[in-house]
Design a protein around this ligand. Structure first.
Ligand SMILES: [Zn+2]
Length: 84
């Protein structure tokens, strides 16, 4: 290994050490943030697990769905009350 290459390797490792780490939101594996995709490690991503953004989107959608269901139930109850 030439000195130049050695320096570059050392630089890369130093940069990796400075890199912020985070935990995978599914398996809890701690790895460098840059290697995580939306909070998900490579393994979990390979298994098709959703990232943070996707999870938030699904949660929002569930919220809208329950809001819709509650509104629908109220509407039906009002219709029944009016019919009586
Ligand atoms: Zn993971």
């Amino acid at each position: 290994m030439s000195d130049d290459l050695g320096d570059r390797v050392l630089e890369t490792f130093t940069a990796m050490g400075d890199e912020e780490q985070e935990q995978c939101i599914h398996c809890g594996r701690v790895w460098y943030k840059i290697h995580h995709k939306d909070g998900v490690c490579h393994v979990c991503e390979g298994e098709g697990r959703p990232g943070r953004t996707e999870l938030a989107r699904r949660k929002r959608n569930r919220g809208y769905l329950s809001l819709f269901l509650v509104t629908a139930v109220i509407a039906v109850v009002l219709l029944i009350l009016r019919a009586v």
